[in-house]
Design a protein around this ligand. Structure first.
Ligand code: ASP
Length: 456
């Protein structure tokens, strides 16, 4: 039994949904079908989730919502018409949205979640209706009825393992199950959505709970590439990689698979395959527990910008018990997660995603570090990028860090920070944002094109 998830572009239009039906029909093992909300049909298009966010914002501000509401309904209308479905499904979708809009607005986040989730929920109903229309034995499944349990607010939303006992029963249901991605329910029945792109998480949770033989994640590329194809010319596709490698790559900007989605599949060792709805024959990228890393120690290179660094310097810092805890506690109190903490004997940098900072928070942090920790210097710099070299084989090879550093030096850029985690699956270089692309290209040439470069 396989769980398949189809992302936004795979379900963005009637033609795309027809491809989905063909893919599902082609393999009787494809039983649980998780769907996203309709995504972009072309570059400048808007995702239905974004339209829903705009709709919810207007409703929260008590503004006129007619235009936004029609914008969402029209997207479904076009899809339904293209699929030859009767108008009834659109009335269902319209009244569903109208009902959500009457929800209590006292908790704006919950109101927003409920509207956002309608994108996947209504798409799942529509796709199930289409599958039935063309003679497939398929049913829509509500995550509440299935038992997809999530934790209460205010904590970050995550699935509760208690839900698994009920989710496993999906295996025994007859026919194909069309399941909306992106949200679950708390024990008291409140709807909460995962982070953006969270339908990947739903797919992984269901694959793990039902102990599927495979979790197929259908998107719009033939495979995961070894580097960002918008920066590096025609990067190679990755055939097979480990969960840890995918986790490291998606952390640092590989948006093809949500970084929170791996854990459930990993815990139950369900293999994940990233495939292309527009070219389902392509084998895709398989994500498993182990791979033969001798042939290719480095599997991919990721780069992500938008980092800031908090630098603190204090003579004899190494001897001061509790210094690191106190520093991180200041960040905790400002609700800022940290990414890396490279350190020297008397100094420490904390790398933070800049999106968690604002001018007030920065000023408060600097002030508190100075006052409470009595440091010699403290400053915050932004506009950093992290370039991450990822590969299980790095643990077993020597000289990779030297090759990477000399490739970077060939670009003339300077390295601001190096961090090799103890897992040795990744090597992180902090660099100035302005140097990011040239470094990525040079590292790609070093680790993936070396023979071609040498022969030129
Ligand atoms: N529709 C949601 C988003 O755009 C979730 C998803 O597609 O996975 O973020």
């Amino acid at each position: 039994m396989k769980v398949c998830k189809f992302g936004g572009t795979s379900v963005a239009s009637a033609d795309q949904i027809k491809k989905v039906a063909q893919i599902v029909k082609a393999d009787p093992a494809r039983k649980i079908i998780v769907v996203s909300a309709p995504g972009k049909r072309f570059n400048s298009d808007e995702k239905v989730t974004d339209l829903l966010i705009q709709l919810a914002e207007k409703a929260l501000n008590e503004e006129d919502i007619e235009q936004e509401l029609m914008g969402v309904v029209e997207r479904y209308e076009q899809i339904a018409a293209g699929l030859g479905l009767a108008k009834g499904i659109i009335s269902i979708i319209k009244s569903d949205l109208q009902e959500r809009l009457t929800n209590n607005k006292s908790d704006a986040n919950l109101f927003m979640d409920c509207l956002k989730a309608s994108g996947e929920d209504n798409n799942a109903k529509l796709i199930a209706a289409y599958f039935t229309h063309i003679g497939m034995d398929a049913n829509y499944m509500c995550p509440k009825d299935a038992g997809l349990l999530v934790n209460e607010r205010p904590e970050r939303v995550r699935a509760l393992p208690e839900g698994d006992d009920r989710l496993v029963q999906l295996r025994d249901k007859s026919g194909i199950i069309v399941f909306p991605g992106f949200f679950g329910y708390t024990k008291d029945g409140t709807l909460r959505t995962f982070n953006r792109g969270g339908s990947d998480i739903t797919g992984s949770l269901l694959a793990a709970a039902t102990e599927a033989e495979l979790y197929e994640n259908f998107t719009d590329v033939d495979s995961v590439f070894a580097a960002n194809p918008n920066i590096v010319d025609s990067p190679v596709g990755i055939d097979k990689m480990t969960y840890r490698e995918m986790r490291e790559l998606s952390y640092a900007g590989f948006s093809v698979f949500h970084d929170e989605a791996l854990m459930p599949a990993f815990r139950r060792s369900v293999p994940v395959c990233i495939k292309n709805t527009n070219n389902p024959q392509a084998p895709g990228t398989l994500i498993v527990n182990e791979r033969n890393y001798f042939a290719q120690p480095v599997i991919g290179i990721a780069a992500d910008s938008g980092f800031s660094t908090l630098f603190v310097d204090k003579y004899l810092m190494n001897q001061e018990i509790g210094f690191g805890r106190k520093l991180l506690q200041i960040l905790e109190e400002e609700e800022i997660p940290f990414e890396h903490t490279p350190s020297g004997i008397d100094n420490l940098s904390v790398i933070i995603r800049s999106k968690f900072l604002n001018a007030d928070k920065e000023a408060r942090i600097i002030h508190r570090v100075k006052e409470e920790l009595n440091v010699d210097h403290v400053h915050m710099h932004s506009n950093y990028s992290m370039i991450v070299l990822v590969g299980e084989g790095m643990r077993h090879s020597t000289g990779l860090a030297a090759r990477a550093a000399s490739a970077i030096s060939r670009t003339g850029a300077s390295i601001q920070m190096i961090n090799q985690g103890s897992s040795e699956v990744s090597l992180v270089f902090g660099v100035h944002k302005a140097d990011e692309n040239k470094i990525l290209k040079e590292l790609y040439a070093e680790f993936f094109l070396k023979s071609a470069v040498l022969s030129n």
